[in-house]
Design a protein around this ligand. Structure first.
Ligand code: DP6
Length: 361
């Protein structure tokens, strides 16, 4: 799949009235981490993630008539307010995909977007934000140009476009579990788009993710900067091989229902991600003392109780506690009593294996 596979055309006649489309698109949590990129947003290793349910972005995209053709015109609203800073990243993105959607230069655009999770929760919102926008762009493209894509073609195109906005976003257009990046372990996998994982033991459809907010401040080093630090990283080659092996083992565990292998790999990936940050040139640390306390305690509790729980981490200090639906009560009790987390507002978000994006307008 290349860019030219998705090359669209401009409008043959001027737009007569505004056209609006809306999508809800969820965030996702990587179980095998994408860390390091090359070329036009291509991953250096395969990654595997779970699409969430409750943490999503709702985006409304409106194209209105405009007099003359030219650079992208955008009016950007986030959480009910005009937001110039976010709008700037969006304009840069939209301008970079006018080869795919030439009509972007022939209309005036308005984006209205909001998240179901508080912006201050410190959860990466680029996956849900860019997947929601990509889905809106693909829907609008179909309406404006009268193109008909089947469900599969539509999802892959949206995944491709989402990837150009933010790598991890390409995995959010699929429900459940998806893989992004070429791997021999999954036929049909690609660096260009994510693909859904179809062989899933029923137990893995009951996966849950409770996000424990340790710190909600903007992180000191962005993901983009983190990806850059993988260029010339002394452990890059070993990491790329490890991600390939972990993806293959995780896919097998997911197929066969092997929870113990799943737990081992998910934690290995989280710790590797943060070890790579610490050992990069000009190394940095995103874990807080509270992060270390919680993840150590999760490992101890697993040993003491035999509960099927594990943790993963994003590029930040918050802990994702991963478990299965049949142990929801025990896990709930331990979060409150044993992990000794001071319950404040928004301190945790209870999420789960999601059904994927929904078109709402
Ligand atoms: C640690 O997708 O946010 O969450 O492509 O630069 O937008 P850009 O990076 P981004 O990186 C996500 C990194 C990660 C791991 C993952 O989601 O796979």
């Amino acid at each position: 799949m290349t860019n030219s596979d998705f090359h669209g055309s401009g409008l043959t006649s001027a737009l007569s009235k505004p056209v609006t489309v809306s999508w809800h698109s969820p965030s996702n949590i990587a179980l095998v981490k994408y860390w390091g990129k090359t070329g036009r947003q291509l991953p250096v290793n395969p990654s595997l993630s779970m699409t969430l349910s409750k943490a999503y972005t709702e985006t409304r995209l409106t194209a209105s008539p405009r007099e003359t053709k030219g650079a992208v015109e955008l009016d950007f609203w986030f959480e009910g307010k005009q937001n110039a800073a976010f709008g700037k990243r969006m304009i840069t993105f939209l301008q970079s995909i006018t080869d795919i959607f030439p009509w972007l230069e022939q209309v005036s655009l308005k984006i209205e977007t909001h998240n179901t999770f508080p912006h201050s929760a410190g959860i990466a919102s680029s996956a849900s934000a860019f997947s929601a926008l990509a889905l809106c762009l693909c829907s609008l493209d179909m309406e404006l140009n009268g193109i008909l894509l089947d469900e599969n073609e539509f999802r892959f195109k949206a995944s491709y476009v989402a990837r150009l906005g933010s790598g991890s976003a390409c995995r959010s257009v699929f429900p459940g579990l998806s893989v992004w990046g070429l791997t021999k372990a999954l036929p049909g996998s690609s660096d260009q788009v994510a693909v859904p994982v179809t062989e899933i033991h029923p137990v893995f459809t009951t996966l849950r993710d409770t996000i424990i907010i340790v710190n909600s401040k903007e992180k000191s080093v962005s993901s983009s900067e983190g990806h850059n630090r993988m260029i010339g990283h002394p452990f890059a080659e070993a990491r790329i091989k490890q991600a390939g092996r972990n993806t293959a083992s995780l896919l097998e565990a997911i197929k066969t229902g092997d929870k113990q292998t799943f737990i081992r790999i998910v934690e290995n990936e989280a710790l590797t991600l943060h070890a790579l940050m610490m050992t990069s040139d000009d190394g940095f640390m995103l874990m807080h003392p509270e992060t270390v306390r919680i993840i150590s305690r999760i490992q101890e509790i697993r040993k003491e109780t035999g509960l099927d729980i594990c943790f993963t981490l994003d590029a930040g200090p918050n802990v994702h506690l991963i478990y299965f639906e049949n142990q929801i009560e025990q896990v709930n009790k331990l979060i409150v009593e044993d992990l000794d987390i001071k319950i404040k507002q928004n301190i945790r978000i209870d999420d789960f294996f999601g059904k994927g994006p929904i078109k709402v307008g």
